[in-house]
Design a protein. Structure first.
Length: 362
């Protein structure tokens, strides 16, 4: 491809994505390139095109191969949907949300490349379980139970939530975020659902809840609603019902605050003590006063921030590893795959760090 042809295929959206992935403001990128901030803005809006020299400088400055910025017809129609299911919007900077979304976009691009070389499970997220505007708690419970039925989840605790999502075509990735306020999030890219889980979770019960929470968004909500507490509450209610349906967990829940018994339930069901307390109160097993005393005891002991008797280990995403193994068996070297994906050379190591913790099953 000639330099002139490459410039003609420049995709301004990809410049924005690469800049946001690098957590740079337009003015900061402009300073690196030795141009004005308005020049970068014009490039990202498609009002101007870079020269071949500028395109090379952009690629070098952001650490992306020059081909990443081109739309030459060989690339799929993966698009970055700016609307993701983010929590804690008020405390999270826009630049951090943008970088997280950009990382999810690159993950989707990688899987698009893998999909050309190896078979991946189809996305099996139903589209007929979205909540109506006047939904009740019982509607959420019913949808969680229905999804368990459609996914052939056996009665009782779910052994591995992350694995269950991957089996049904959800791309799951662990991520160490740049800011403490960022939490797990989810979004759709093309027809592929993406769930990014916060790597720093120190209790497997919280990570399982995060995964089920994001699944709730994908199942219940057609579009994200920015900073909507109602939507977040609905996703959390779905997580509780999906992990421990009322008809199964209800008879087992205590009527008093018994930390020993709650710990046993936690380790059996893979659900936090706080969630079990809330579920006991919600389902009428625990009185208002007993629930309040239980939560006061949790707060007094610092257990609302860091629960006792954590579930150790992690549920490690395996879809990427298994897909890469399949690609290698087909004769494509890993470096060749990254080159075909036109991603930064170190991207794979950033989204697939080797985990020293042993994977566990509930």
């Amino acid at each position: 491809m000639t330099k002139k042809a490459a410039v003609a295929l420049f995709d301004p959206n990809r410049l924005r994505i690469a800049r946001e992935y690098c957590r740079l403001k337009r003015a900061e990128l402009a300073e690196r390139l030795g141009v004005s901030p308005s020049a970068v803005t014009q490039l990202e809006l498609g009002q101007t095109r870079p020269t071949s020299a500028h395109l090379a400088a952009v690629a070098m400055s952001l650490g992306f191969p020059p081909d990443f910025f081109l739309n030459d017809g060989r690339r799929s129609d993966v698009q970055l949907d700016r609307d993701a299911f983010f929590r804690s919007l008020r405390s999270t900077k826009q630049i951090d949300r943008d970088r997280a979304s950009a990382k999810a976009f690159l993950i989707a691009e990688l899987f698009e490349s893998i999909q050309r070389l190896a078979r991946l499970p189809s996305a099996n997220i139903p589209t007929d379980l979205h909540l109506p505007a006047n939904a009740h708690r019982s509607d959420i419970e019913a949808r969680a139970i229905e999804l368990r039925r459609r996914w052939n989840v056996v009665k009782g605790p779910i052994p591995n939530v992350v694995r269950l999502l991957e089996m049904n075509g959800v791309v799951v990735s662990h991520c160490i975020f740049d800011c403490r306020e960022m939490s797990s999030f989810s979004l759709w890219l093309k027809s592929r659902p993406i769930v990014v889980l916060k790597e720093e979770r120190d209790d497997l019960a919280r990570l399982r809840s995060d995964a089920a929470h994001e699944l709730g968004h994908l199942v219940l909500h057609e579009r994200p609603e920015s900073a909507s507490q109602l939507v977040e509450d609905q996703a959390q209610a779905f997580a509780a019902s999906f992990l421990a349906p009322a008809d199964q967990i209800g008879p087992l829940l205590p009527k008093s605050f018994d930390i020993s018994y709650l710990t046993k339930l936690k380790h059996t069901w893979g659900v936090s003590i706080a969630a079990l307390l809330y579920r006991a109160h919600e389902l009428g097993r625990m009185s208002d006063s007993t629930y309040r005393r239980g939560m006061m005891a949790m707060s007094k002991n610092g257990w609302r921030l860091r629960e006792p008797f954590p579930l150790n280990g992690k549920e490690v995403p395996q879809l990427l590893d298994r897909s890469l193994e399949a690609v290698a068996r087909g004769g494509t070297h890993l470096s060749e795959l990254i080159s075909q994906s036109r991603l930064p050379a170190d991207f794979l190591s950033q989204i697939n760090p080797k985990n020293s913790l042993e994977e566990v099953h509930i």
